[in-house]
Design a protein around this ligand. Sequence first.
Ligand code: GLN
Length: 425
Amino acid sequence: MVDPVQIRQPQPLAFILPPLLTKPSVPSIMIPPQPHIAQRFVPFGTTIFTTMTGLANTHKAVNLAQGFPDFDGPELGKHAAQRAIESNHNQYAPLAGLPVLRESIAQWSADFNSLPCDPATEITVTTGCTEAIAATFLGLVNPGDEVILFEPFYDSYRACVAMAGATPRFVTIKPSTNGFTFDPDELTKTFNGQTRAILINTPHNPTGMVMDDAQLTLIADLCKKHDVIAFSDEVYERLTFDGITHRSIATIDGMNQRTVVMSSLGKTFSLTGWKVGWAIAPAHLTAGIRAAHQFLTFSVPGPLQIGAAAMLDEARDEVDTLVDHYIQTRRVLGEALDALGFEVYMPQGAYFIMADHRRVTERLGLTTDIDLCTWLPEHAGVAAIPPSAFYEHPEHGAGFVRFAFCKRMETIDLAIDRLRSALLP
Ligand code: GLN
């Protein structure tokens, strides 16, 4: 037993105060400590989005790099969230998400993706789709499992594979005469007895590829044959062009029980900063997702969930207006890039244009996507993303550059003016 008298003994000052306060004044040339980063994150550095937005801000460049709209989402959802804060919805929301939002997601999923689901057992509300992806990997994949990714990939996928201790296998999406596609034989050979999951993203960031029925059916057949789960990132589900429509792999025969559909409010309602997303999966897979989600964030801010429910229920027409806007910005930017010498691959979906930059960089005496994207903010006042950051084999992406067109038309026009001044002889 501890002697209470001893506890009350006065301690020497040096023992009580934090060491910094007791040390003699530090010389100003002290070398700061090296960043301490766990090994699993060392390969990934800082995300390219943060890096390029930083460069854009430094040079006051038009930011066509990080994919976020420079305008706000519908007012009605903002007001619903404000009212929720005012009316004291400010304590923890339930782990799985507020029932009102899960009902709205279920209705949305049935109406737009022909995918009915049970709000009680099959939906988990997450901090954006990024957390849905993390919870899905951590909750459903074991160390040593293999996971198939398509490259180019959204950068968090690769980090989530690492966090789960899994082994990634890659299939490359390549340009073809009709935009981007993948080789069915390459995909077929990548599946094996160790494969636990395949992550697909359609509409695809950064290429704009929208998987058609033949591609989805091939993936579904391979999943069924090898007993594999499909993780399907569908955040650009409503942003498709030229009469192409999105289909969820969960609706392919036999896939409902082996698919996790992940999506969010951010792209569809221009609210990327709200970070409200969800995972839809059969109850046996939702169990794993919730097992991880409860320890990642536990739950998502309640007022934003109430705002999100209002958007999904009542702002549906505004999505059509948004798509009409993106049809214009996509066309105007695509035509301008083409006229400047870029080889443009018009996207079928999402809000990015991938272009082969090599004719332009050659003129400038530059080589890679990184050269170009470092040069552009400073010399043209426009920022873009070097897509090699999305490849396991960076050389596969070094000839491309990615421009975001999720901006006001004035912003696109300004970027085009600046690119013309800097790039035309
Ligand atoms: N998804 C967006 C993009 O691809 C950005 C995401 C982020 O900044 N983390 O540009």
